[in-house]
Unconditional design. Structure first.
Length: 336
Protein backbone atom coordinates (compact mmCIF):
# COMPACT_ATOMS: atom_id res chain seq x y z
CA UNK A 1 0.00 0.00 0.00
CA UNK A 2 3.03 2.22 0.25
CA UNK A 3 2.90 2.87 -3.48
CA UNK A 4 -0.56 4.46 -3.10
CA UNK A 5 0.87 7.04 -0.71
CA UNK A 6 3.57 7.87 -3.22
CA UNK A 7 1.11 8.25 -6.15
CA UNK A 8 0.03 11.92 -5.58
CA UNK A 9 3.61 13.10 -5.33
CA UNK A 10 4.55 11.18 -8.45
CA UNK A 11 1.61 12.68 -10.37
CA UNK A 12 2.61 16.17 -9.26
CA UNK A 13 6.17 15.64 -10.46
CA UNK A 14 4.88 14.27 -13.78
CA UNK A 15 2.57 17.28 -14.28
CA UNK A 16 5.40 19.72 -13.57
CA UNK A 17 7.60 17.87 -16.02
CA UNK A 18 4.85 18.03 -18.66
CA UNK A 19 4.39 21.80 -18.16
CA UNK A 20 8.13 22.40 -18.32
CA UNK A 21 8.33 20.26 -21.43
CA UNK A 22 5.44 22.20 -23.02
CA UNK A 23 7.14 25.51 -22.26
CA UNK A 24 10.25 24.32 -24.01
CA UNK A 25 8.41 23.70 -27.28
CA UNK A 26 8.37 26.40 -29.96
CA UNK A 27 10.05 29.81 -29.79
CA UNK A 28 8.99 33.10 -28.22
CA UNK A 29 9.77 35.72 -30.90
CA UNK A 30 10.60 38.33 -28.26
CA UNK A 31 13.53 39.69 -30.28
CA UNK A 32 11.07 41.22 -32.77
CA UNK A 33 7.84 41.36 -30.78
CA UNK A 34 9.13 43.20 -27.72
CA UNK A 35 10.65 46.23 -29.50
CA UNK A 36 7.67 46.37 -31.89
CA UNK A 37 4.92 46.53 -29.28
CA UNK A 38 6.89 48.36 -26.62
CA UNK A 39 8.10 50.88 -29.19
CA UNK A 40 4.53 51.79 -30.16
CA UNK A 41 2.89 51.75 -26.74
CA UNK A 42 2.09 55.21 -25.43
CA UNK A 43 3.00 57.10 -28.62
CA UNK A 44 0.70 59.94 -29.74
CA UNK A 45 -0.69 60.41 -33.27
CA UNK A 46 -2.89 63.35 -34.35
CA UNK A 47 -4.90 63.57 -37.60
CA UNK A 48 -5.90 66.90 -39.18
CA UNK A 49 -8.30 66.20 -42.10
CA UNK A 50 -9.97 68.69 -44.41
CA UNK A 51 -13.11 67.78 -42.50
CA UNK A 52 -14.78 64.71 -41.09
CA UNK A 53 -18.18 63.51 -42.23
CA UNK A 54 -17.41 62.30 -45.76
CA UNK A 55 -16.24 58.99 -47.18
CA UNK A 56 -12.51 59.59 -47.53
CA UNK A 57 -11.68 60.97 -44.09
CA UNK A 58 -14.17 58.76 -42.24
CA UNK A 59 -12.76 55.69 -43.99
CA UNK A 60 -9.11 56.52 -43.24
CA UNK A 61 -9.93 57.42 -39.65
CA UNK A 62 -11.81 54.17 -39.01
CA UNK A 63 -8.86 52.10 -40.22
CA UNK A 64 -6.25 54.16 -38.36
CA UNK A 65 -8.31 54.15 -35.15
CA UNK A 66 -8.54 50.35 -35.16
CA UNK A 67 -4.80 49.92 -35.41
CA UNK A 68 -4.12 52.50 -32.70
CA UNK A 69 -6.41 50.65 -30.29
CA UNK A 70 -4.77 47.35 -31.18
CA UNK A 71 -1.18 48.52 -30.80
CA UNK A 72 -1.56 50.82 -27.80
CA UNK A 73 -0.80 54.29 -29.15
CA UNK A 74 -3.25 57.19 -29.01
CA UNK A 75 -5.03 58.53 -32.08
CA UNK A 76 -6.78 61.91 -32.01
CA UNK A 77 -8.63 63.90 -34.67
CA UNK A 78 -8.61 67.70 -34.86
CA UNK A 79 -11.42 68.51 -37.29
CA UNK A 80 -11.22 71.98 -38.89
CA UNK A 81 -14.49 71.34 -40.76
CA UNK A 82 -13.32 72.75 -44.11
CA UNK A 83 -11.83 75.88 -42.50
CA UNK A 84 -8.17 76.50 -43.33
CA UNK A 85 -7.99 79.03 -40.50
CA UNK A 86 -9.26 76.42 -38.03
CA UNK A 87 -6.77 73.94 -39.45
CA UNK A 88 -3.95 76.43 -39.00
CA UNK A 89 -4.92 76.91 -35.35
CA UNK A 90 -5.12 73.15 -34.86
CA UNK A 91 -1.63 72.60 -36.29
CA UNK A 92 -0.22 75.47 -34.21
CA UNK A 93 -1.55 73.82 -31.05
CA UNK A 94 -0.15 70.47 -32.17
CA UNK A 95 3.33 72.03 -32.41
CA UNK A 96 3.04 73.08 -28.77
CA UNK A 97 1.81 69.63 -27.72
CA UNK A 98 4.63 67.78 -29.54
CA UNK A 99 2.97 64.47 -30.44
CA UNK A 100 5.10 61.80 -32.07
CA UNK A 101 3.34 62.03 -35.44
CA UNK A 102 0.94 64.39 -37.22
CA UNK A 103 -1.10 63.22 -40.20
CA UNK A 104 -2.13 66.14 -42.41
CA UNK A 105 -4.73 66.27 -45.20
CA UNK A 106 -3.68 69.50 -46.96
CA UNK A 107 -6.42 71.80 -48.31
CA UNK A 108 -3.97 73.19 -50.89
CA UNK A 109 -0.29 73.28 -51.73
CA UNK A 110 0.62 76.33 -49.63
CA UNK A 111 -1.58 76.91 -46.57
CA UNK A 112 0.04 74.42 -44.19
CA UNK A 113 3.48 74.12 -45.83
CA UNK A 114 5.37 76.38 -43.40
CA UNK A 115 3.54 74.97 -40.40
CA UNK A 116 4.48 71.46 -41.44
CA UNK A 117 8.12 72.52 -41.60
CA UNK A 118 7.76 74.01 -38.12
CA UNK A 119 6.42 70.69 -36.91
CA UNK A 120 9.40 68.88 -38.37
CA UNK A 121 11.78 71.38 -36.78
CA UNK A 122 10.04 70.75 -33.44
CA UNK A 123 10.78 67.03 -33.79
CA UNK A 124 7.27 66.00 -34.88
CA UNK A 125 7.16 63.61 -37.83
CA UNK A 126 4.62 64.57 -40.52
CA UNK A 127 2.67 62.19 -42.76
CA UNK A 128 0.74 63.86 -45.59
CA UNK A 129 -2.30 61.96 -46.85
CA UNK A 130 -3.71 62.12 -50.39
CA UNK A 131 -3.27 65.89 -50.78
CA UNK A 132 0.25 67.27 -50.69
CA UNK A 133 1.85 70.54 -49.70
CA UNK A 134 4.64 72.12 -51.75
CA UNK A 135 7.38 70.90 -49.41
CA UNK A 136 7.77 67.15 -48.75
CA UNK A 137 7.83 65.90 -45.17
CA UNK A 138 8.58 62.48 -43.68
CA UNK A 139 5.98 60.61 -45.73
CA UNK A 140 3.28 61.00 -48.37
CA UNK A 141 0.64 58.29 -48.80
CA UNK A 142 -1.98 58.87 -51.46
CA UNK A 143 -2.86 59.08 -55.11
CA UNK A 144 -0.47 60.07 -57.88
CA UNK A 145 -2.70 62.86 -59.14
CA UNK A 146 -0.88 63.33 -62.43
CA UNK A 147 -1.49 59.64 -63.19
CA UNK A 148 -5.14 59.97 -62.15
CA UNK A 149 -5.54 62.90 -64.54
CA UNK A 150 -3.81 61.09 -67.39
CA UNK A 151 -6.13 58.08 -67.00
CA UNK A 152 -9.23 60.29 -66.86
CA UNK A 153 -8.25 62.36 -69.89
CA UNK A 154 -7.25 59.35 -71.97
CA UNK A 155 -10.62 57.71 -71.21
CA UNK A 156 -12.41 60.84 -72.42
CA UNK A 157 -10.31 61.02 -75.59
CA UNK A 158 -11.39 57.46 -76.43
CA UNK A 159 -15.02 58.55 -76.17
CA UNK A 160 -14.79 62.00 -77.71
CA UNK A 161 -11.54 62.20 -79.70
CA UNK A 162 -10.54 61.52 -83.28
CA UNK A 163 -12.64 58.84 -84.93
CA UNK A 164 -15.36 58.92 -82.27
CA UNK A 165 -17.93 60.63 -84.51
CA UNK A 166 -18.80 63.09 -81.75
CA UNK A 167 -18.48 66.86 -81.42
CA UNK A 168 -15.23 66.42 -79.52
CA UNK A 169 -16.43 68.98 -76.99
CA UNK A 170 -15.41 68.39 -73.37
CA UNK A 171 -15.78 70.32 -70.14
CA UNK A 172 -13.44 70.35 -67.15
CA UNK A 173 -14.85 70.58 -63.62
CA UNK A 174 -12.06 71.58 -61.28
CA UNK A 175 -12.23 71.00 -57.54
CA UNK A 176 -10.39 73.41 -55.25
CA UNK A 177 -8.20 75.36 -57.70
CA UNK A 178 -5.12 75.49 -55.43
CA UNK A 179 -5.26 71.88 -54.21
CA UNK A 180 -2.58 69.42 -55.28
CA UNK A 181 -5.11 67.05 -56.81
CA UNK A 182 -6.59 69.80 -58.94
CA UNK A 183 -3.34 71.32 -60.19
CA UNK A 184 -1.68 68.00 -61.00
CA UNK A 185 -4.79 66.66 -62.72
CA UNK A 186 -5.20 69.88 -64.69
CA UNK A 187 -1.69 69.51 -66.06
CA UNK A 188 -2.53 65.96 -67.17
CA UNK A 189 -5.85 66.99 -68.78
CA UNK A 190 -4.32 69.68 -70.95
CA UNK A 191 -1.33 67.50 -71.80
CA UNK A 192 -3.55 64.68 -73.12
CA UNK A 193 -6.26 66.82 -74.73
CA UNK A 194 -3.62 68.90 -76.50
CA UNK A 195 -2.42 65.81 -78.38
CA UNK A 196 -5.76 65.23 -80.14
CA UNK A 197 -6.93 68.06 -82.43
CA UNK A 198 -10.49 66.70 -82.31
CA UNK A 199 -10.83 67.56 -78.63
CA UNK A 200 -12.26 71.00 -77.90
CA UNK A 201 -12.27 72.23 -74.30
CA UNK A 202 -15.42 74.38 -74.13
CA UNK A 203 -15.45 75.01 -70.39
CA UNK A 204 -13.02 74.89 -67.46
CA UNK A 205 -14.53 75.98 -64.14
CA UNK A 206 -14.07 75.17 -60.46
CA UNK A 207 -16.92 73.62 -58.48
CA UNK A 208 -14.84 73.68 -55.25
CA UNK A 209 -16.08 70.23 -54.13
CA UNK A 210 -19.72 71.40 -54.21
CA UNK A 211 -22.17 69.15 -56.14
CA UNK A 212 -24.72 71.96 -56.37
CA UNK A 213 -22.14 74.20 -58.02
CA UNK A 214 -21.09 71.35 -60.33
CA UNK A 215 -24.70 70.94 -61.38
CA UNK A 216 -25.19 74.66 -62.04
CA UNK A 217 -21.99 74.86 -64.11
CA UNK A 218 -22.99 71.80 -66.13
CA UNK A 219 -26.49 73.14 -66.80
CA UNK A 220 -24.97 76.32 -68.25
CA UNK A 221 -22.45 74.41 -70.36
CA UNK A 222 -25.21 72.17 -71.78
CA UNK A 223 -27.27 75.22 -72.70
CA UNK A 224 -24.30 76.71 -74.55
CA UNK A 225 -23.10 73.41 -76.03
CA UNK A 226 -26.00 70.95 -76.37
CA UNK A 227 -23.68 68.63 -78.34
CA UNK A 228 -21.26 68.28 -75.42
CA UNK A 229 -19.52 64.89 -75.49
CA UNK A 230 -17.82 64.55 -72.13
CA UNK A 231 -17.01 65.93 -68.69
CA UNK A 232 -13.91 65.28 -66.64
CA UNK A 233 -14.06 66.16 -62.95
CA UNK A 234 -11.95 66.25 -59.81
CA UNK A 235 -14.00 64.21 -57.30
CA UNK A 236 -17.01 61.92 -57.53
CA UNK A 237 -18.80 63.47 -54.53
CA UNK A 238 -18.68 66.78 -56.39
CA UNK A 239 -19.23 65.52 -59.93
CA UNK A 240 -22.43 63.65 -59.17
CA UNK A 241 -23.96 67.12 -59.47
CA UNK A 242 -22.82 67.23 -63.08
CA UNK A 243 -24.36 63.81 -63.61
CA UNK A 244 -27.66 65.06 -62.25
CA UNK A 245 -27.64 67.97 -64.70
CA UNK A 246 -26.86 65.68 -67.62
CA UNK A 247 -29.60 63.25 -66.60
CA UNK A 248 -32.13 66.07 -66.22
CA UNK A 249 -31.27 67.24 -69.75
CA UNK A 250 -31.87 63.73 -71.07
CA UNK A 251 -28.28 63.43 -72.31
CA UNK A 252 -26.90 60.58 -70.19
CA UNK A 253 -26.28 58.47 -73.29
CA UNK A 254 -24.47 61.37 -74.99
CA UNK A 255 -22.27 62.90 -72.26
CA UNK A 256 -19.58 60.66 -70.77
CA UNK A 257 -18.61 61.66 -67.22
CA UNK A 258 -15.20 60.72 -65.85
CA UNK A 259 -14.01 61.47 -62.32
CA UNK A 260 -12.03 60.06 -59.40
CA UNK A 261 -12.83 59.00 -55.86
CA UNK A 262 -12.21 56.67 -52.97
CA UNK A 263 -14.18 53.72 -54.31
CA UNK A 264 -17.07 53.84 -51.84
CA UNK A 265 -20.43 52.17 -52.37
CA UNK A 266 -21.96 55.63 -52.84
CA UNK A 267 -19.75 56.17 -55.88
CA UNK A 268 -20.63 52.72 -57.22
CA UNK A 269 -24.34 53.46 -56.70
CA UNK A 270 -23.96 56.64 -58.74
CA UNK A 271 -22.42 54.61 -61.55
CA UNK A 272 -25.31 52.15 -61.38
CA UNK A 273 -27.77 55.06 -61.56
CA UNK A 274 -26.04 56.41 -64.66
CA UNK A 275 -24.94 59.65 -63.00
CA UNK A 276 -21.24 58.83 -63.47
CA UNK A 277 -19.58 56.64 -66.10
CA UNK A 278 -16.02 56.10 -64.85
CA UNK A 279 -14.42 56.60 -61.44
CA UNK A 280 -10.66 56.30 -61.14
CA UNK A 281 -10.57 54.87 -57.62
CA UNK A 282 -7.65 55.36 -55.27
CA UNK A 283 -9.22 52.82 -52.91
CA UNK A 284 -9.68 54.19 -49.37
CA UNK A 285 -9.40 50.77 -47.63
CA UNK A 286 -6.07 50.13 -49.33
CA UNK A 287 -4.93 53.65 -48.50
CA UNK A 288 -5.91 53.09 -44.88
CA UNK A 289 -3.73 49.99 -44.73
CA UNK A 290 -0.85 51.93 -46.33
CA UNK A 291 -1.32 54.73 -43.78
CA UNK A 292 -1.19 52.25 -40.92
CA UNK A 293 2.03 50.76 -42.24
CA UNK A 294 3.55 54.24 -42.61
CA UNK A 295 2.44 55.16 -39.07
CA UNK A 296 4.19 52.13 -37.58
CA UNK A 297 7.29 52.72 -39.66
CA UNK A 298 7.53 56.37 -38.60
CA UNK A 299 6.84 55.70 -34.92
CA UNK A 300 9.45 52.93 -34.72
CA UNK A 301 12.12 54.52 -36.90
CA UNK A 302 15.09 55.99 -35.01
CA UNK A 303 15.44 58.63 -37.75
CA UNK A 304 14.70 62.19 -36.67
CA UNK A 305 11.75 64.13 -38.07
CA UNK A 306 12.48 65.23 -41.63
CA UNK A 307 15.62 63.11 -41.92
CA UNK A 308 14.11 60.58 -44.35
CA UNK A 309 11.42 61.46 -46.90
CA UNK A 310 9.28 58.71 -48.44
CA UNK A 311 6.40 58.54 -50.93
CA UNK A 312 3.91 55.77 -51.58
CA UNK A 313 1.48 56.27 -54.47
CA UNK A 314 -1.44 53.94 -53.83
CA UNK A 315 -2.67 51.72 -56.72
CA UNK A 316 -5.56 52.86 -58.88
CA UNK A 317 -8.52 50.87 -60.18
CA UNK A 318 -11.15 51.77 -62.77
CA UNK A 319 -14.78 51.55 -61.74
CA UNK A 320 -17.45 51.32 -64.44
CA UNK A 321 -20.75 49.49 -64.76
CA UNK A 322 -18.79 46.54 -66.14
CA UNK A 323 -16.23 46.36 -63.33
CA UNK A 324 -17.96 47.26 -60.07
CA UNK A 325 -19.00 44.54 -57.67
CA UNK A 326 -19.94 44.31 -53.96
CA UNK A 327 -16.31 43.48 -53.17
CA UNK A 328 -14.96 46.58 -54.92
CA UNK A 329 -17.38 49.08 -53.31
CA UNK A 330 -16.80 49.55 -49.59
CA UNK A 331 -19.04 50.94 -46.85
CA UNK A 332 -17.93 52.64 -43.66
CA UNK A 333 -19.46 49.91 -41.49
CA UNK A 334 -17.12 47.41 -43.13
CA UNK A 335 -14.08 49.45 -42.07
CA UNK A 336 -15.01 50.07 -38.46
Amino acid sequence: MKWMKLLPAALAVACLATVAHAEEKGLDNHVKRDPYYEGLKGKKVVFVPLAMGFDLTEGWAAIMRKQAADLGYSFEIRDPNWSTDAGTRAITSIIAEKPDLAIIHNPDLQSYARLEQRMVQAGIKVLQVNLEATVPTDYYVGADWVKVGLIEAEALVKKCGTGSGTSGKVAILEGQPTAASNLYELYAYYHVFGQDPAIKIVADQAATYDPAKARAITETVLQQHPDLCGIVGNWDNQDVGAGAAVAAAGKSDQVYIVTSGGGSKTGCDNIEKGLLDLIVSYDVPLQGDALNQAIVQLLLSPAKAGEIKSTYFTPLTLQTKDTISPRSCWTLDQLK
